[in-house]
Design a protein around this ligand. Structure first.
Ligand code: FAD
Length: 625
């Protein structure tokens, strides 16, 4: 068995890695514990959300499949934050959980050059410090020129409910054993992290009269640029709240909580706390919001979002019945926590290749992240870079100013993470440029270059750019007579015009929207909606965008200042001790990268800059002699 690329794990990272590798023409092995669970959503059956929606749009623009899968399997689409600015708007969709996995498997099956192998990888085969394949169960060997490890929450996974625990990757799945130990032998550091999931309840046991309805958007917006529209029936979600009674019952289980008693060693995500954590940390809050989310058209299960817990079963059951609308809740599956091994990602370079072993890439939850979208983004980048390295091509590194994916990987490799990493819009310093609506304009040229852009997406991109140009050239400069505007200006809460102005000038008024102006002024237009929005934002946020562009230039200058390979940071005594240690550990490639390492101060950067200049001058003079 010899492959170009072997991918361990058929989760969200593994799927993207496999598809991108296959799309680029490589013979790919996808090894997964259970082939019928490829693409299974371990926890919340939802894709997208704040900043995560941006990641999915970027994955799609780069030739990935997550957007296409959720477009086919989504049952409740919602654009979040529509009342706020464009930088923080994000698409989210609830999925039909089992159908999502089926669609994911269909995408894998569409590629003849992906061979799915149902097995467990127990060891990475290494020769001369390079990965050359895998050892599977029963000592079978599989050889590959590149190996991508995406084992999720499975590495030595243990699941916990109250005082009970069980070795498992997630409920119903074996843990993965052997890989961590085999990598530790090569000097890899590993740690433990934890995540949890809420109970699922029977949909017929809810009292819907006591629940708030959360409707999907009237016009669901697809994630994928290749999807024309979502025509499937959409379902409602529901909202309710915990109360003091629920909290008091939950407190009775704290002495048996695996988290509070220290049985779980791994750190959990602070921003996605369990209900017991919320009660403990926010003791002054007398209620917490719960979203009740159907798991599919034909599923009886309702996911109780916000009630993740690993408290004993009887405590979960009693407590949930105190929540309005859930008095008769029938629990179909208990909530539980899982703790698992991860590899601190400072052991990777920005292609996601490991520093210690060549041709070995890590992606997904094993890099200390949490979430399907973060995992998928890494899988895509690891898979793509593995293919580029097979072709001896330059690696593909996205800058922080180009994509959330760039922010994600840069943060992972340069920062020390004590808890699972989740993407937020606040992590991206250039978020007005990295909007969910413009991932195509930002990234599809790369996909085209790598030969992974769908024909349909490309056609749409060409049309969209064409429309943006047309609107900019022919609509924005149009002069509007005051009498014409004043006929409707008041309706739009806009002050009356006294003199002729252009549409561009009108658009600078915060209350006016371009689409509305085009309609009211009866300017014939069949422009794509997203092109209209793009032009509108470029006018409304012109000053801000220009400031961001100027910052990016400064930022890029720092990136261009390369740090010579093999520079011995430990010998630069004028650096602070912390900077010496961190720089030596991460070995940044540029001054820009060094500046983002936690613990490296401005004063360290100045010292480093002077040192590098001196080092390079001396090198030149040595070479001339
Ligand atoms: C109980 C639970 C609760 C969670 N809660 C949250 C949450 O609240 N918020 C959040 O953002 N995320 C949560 N997650 C995490 C979410 O599921 C992951 O972020 C996401 O699935 C990671 O994708 P991945 O591709 O890295 O790994 P996974 O989706 O875990 O997939 C790993 C794949 O690797 C395979 N595999 C593992 N080891 C081997 C091996 N040795 N050989 C062959 N195949 C192997 C498995 O079969 C599986 O297909 C939760 C996960 C679990 C299990």
């Amino acid at each position: 068995m010899h492959f170009d690329i072997a991918i361990v794990g058929g989760g969200h990272a593994g799927i993207e890695a496999a598809v991108i590798s296959a799309k680029r023409g490589f013979k790919t092995a996808l090894i997964s514990l259970d082939k019928n669970k490829i693409g299974l959503m371990s926890c919340n059956p939802a894709i997208g959300g704040l900043a995560k929606g941006q990641l999915v749009r970027e994955i799609d623009a780069l030739g990935g499949v997550m957007g296409k899968i959720i477009d086919e399997a989504g049952i409740h689409f919602k654009m979040l934050n529509t009342s706020k600015g464009p930088a923080v708007q994000s698409p989210r969709a609830q999925a039909d959980r089992s159908f999502y996995a089926q669609v994911a498997q269909k995408h894998i099956a569409a590629h003849n050059n992906i061979k799915v192998i149902e097995d467990m990888a127990v060891e990475i085969l290494v020769e001369k410090n390079s990965a050359v394949g895998l050892v599977l169960l029963n000592n079978k060997k599989l050889f590959a020129d590149r190996v991508v490890l995406t084992a999720g929450t499975f590495l030595n996974g243990v699941i916990h409910v109250g005082t009970h625990n069980l070795k498992a990757g997630r409920a119903g799945d074996l843990p993965s054993v052997g890989i961590t130990e085999s990598l530790q032998r090569y000097g890899f550091k590993s740690g433990r992290l934890k995540t949890g999931t809420p109970p699922r309840i029977h949909k017929d046991s809810l009292d819907y009269t006591k629940l708030e309805i959360q409707k999907p958007d009237d016009v669901p917006q697809p994630f994928s640029y290749s999807t024309d529209g979502i025509n499937r029936a959409q379902v409602n979600c529901f909202i309710t709240y915990t109360n003091e009674e629920t909290h008091n019952i939950l407190r009775t289980g704290f002495d048996r909580s695996p988290m509070f008693t220290g049985r779980i060693k791994g750190m959990g995500p602070r921003y996605c706390p369990s209900i017991e954590d919320k009660i403990d940390r926010f003791a002054d809050k007398n209620r917490h919001q719960l979203f009740l989310e159907p798991e599919g058209y034909n599923s009886d299960e309702i996911y109780v979002n916000g009630f993740s817990t690993s408290l004993p079963g009887e405590v979960q059951e009693k407590a949930i019945k105190k929540v309005p609308g859930l008095e008769n809740a029938e629990i179909l599956r208990l909530g539980y926590a899982v703790d698992y091994d991860f590899f601190p990602p400072d052991q990777l370079v920005n292609t996601l290749e490991t520093k210690k072993i060549k041709n070995l890439y890590f992606a997904g939850q094993i890099n200390g992240t949490s979430g399907y979208e973060e995992a998928a983004a890494q899988g895509l980048m690891a898979g793509l870079n593995a293919t580029l390295s097979l072709q001896n091509e330059s690696p593909f590194i996205l800058k922080r100013s180009e994509a959330y994916i760039g922010v994600l990987i840069d943060d992972l490799i340069n920062k020390i993470h004590a808890e699972p990493y989740r993407m937020f819009t606040s992590r991206a310093e250039f978020r007005l440029l990295l909007r969910q609506d413009n991932a195509d304009l930002r990234l599809m040229d790369y996909a085209k270059k790598f030969g992974v852009l769908d024909e349909k997406a490309e056609q749409k991109l060409v049309l969209r750019r064409n429309h943006i140009q047309k609107i900019t050239d022919s609509v924005l400069p149009k002069k509007i007579d005051p009498t014409r505007f004043n006929m409707f200006g008041k309706d739009l809460q806009s002050s009356l015009l006294k003199q002729t102005v252009t549409i561009e000038e009108l658009l600078r008024r915060p209350e006016l929207r371009l689409q509305e102006l085009l309609d009211r002024l009866e300017i014939k237009n069949d422009f794509i909606k997203s092109s209209i929005l793009d032009v509108e934002y470029s006018v409304k946020y012109k000053g801000y965008l220009e400031r961001q562009e100027a910052l990016i230039k400064k930022f890029n200058k720092m990136e261009e200042k390369r740090i010579p390979e093999n520079l011995d940071f430990l010998s630069i005594e004028s650096l602070s001790a912390e900077a010496r240690e961190k720089l030596n550990k991460i070995k940044p490639k540029s001054l820009g990268q060094a500046s983002r390492i936690s613990g490296v101060r401005h004063s360290d950067l100045s010292i480093l800059m002077i040192y590098i200049e001196k080092y390079l001058r001396e090198k030149v003079s040595r070479e001339t002699v």
